[in-house]
Design a protein. Structure first.
Length: 213
């Protein structure tokens, strides 16, 4: 993240249409390589430190920007629906990018980049200008709470990291991504009456609902 003229901005990258999540706008990231592996004091694999090392490496590879793995703030963890052919267990981190950092993409795996305010990215999705996966949209929605990077890092650091294992259902308005606490979560039936913790992905707009918290 960085502080722009109109508030907090997030670096967004567009994936090549021929790779996983092709054509979508995402945050810098990728899979863990063997070189990223970190160990705790007992010599056991440290999953969080390993994921942070991978995130920092991918930021360099995808955008030519450097972040310190020790500065990364972990705030969520995502697992896709059980029906997904290939499932990724993904840690989401937040970090400040140096003011003098220059973003450079390879025009291979990444084809475009933009600095966008969270609300602007969400509006562009609603206007069919960009495509966002649910975890990206949910993260942007979370970031709308804060106006500056300092505020965001402080707020995210005070949060307990949220775990999302997505279940997908169908509604008259479009697909519905549901998470723990939603009445339809266990059965993937969004029509059930009760508490809500979901994102309805209609063509015109995405609508997030959370009740009972």
């Amino acid at each position: 993240m960085r502080d722009g003229d109109r508030g907090l901005e997030s670096l967004m990258l567009r994936k090549n249409s021929k790779v996983a999540f092709g054509g979508m706008w995402v945050f810098p990231g990728g899979r863990i390589d063997e070189e990223d592996t970190a160990f705790d004091r007992n010599g056991d694999r440290d999953e969080l430190a390993t994921a942070a090392a991978a995130a920092a490496r991918e930021a360099v590879e995808e955008a030519s920007v450097v972040v310190d793995p020790a500065s990364l703030i972990w705030f969520s963890h995502w697992v896709p629906p059980p029906i997904t052919p290939k499932r990724f267990s993904t840690f989401f981190f937040a970090a400040r990018l140096a003011d003098d950092a220059v973003v450079t993409i390879d025009d291979g795996e990444i084809t475009e980049h933009r600095w966008l305010r969270p609300v602007e990215a969400m509006e562009r999705r609603d206007n069919s200008e960009i495509e966002l996966a649910p975890p990206t949209w949910m993260t942007l929605n979370l970031l709308t709470r804060w106006q500056s990077v300092n505020e965001a890092l402080s707020g995210l650091g005070e949060m307990e990291p949220v775990f999302y294992e997505t279940h997908i259902g169908r509604s008259d308005y479009g697909p519905v991504a549901m998470w723990d606490g939603d009445a339809g979560y266990e059965t993937s039936n969004p029509s059930l009456v009760g508490l809500r913790h979901r994102l309805t992905m209609a063509d015109g707009s995405y609508r997030f609902e959370r009740t009972g918290c």
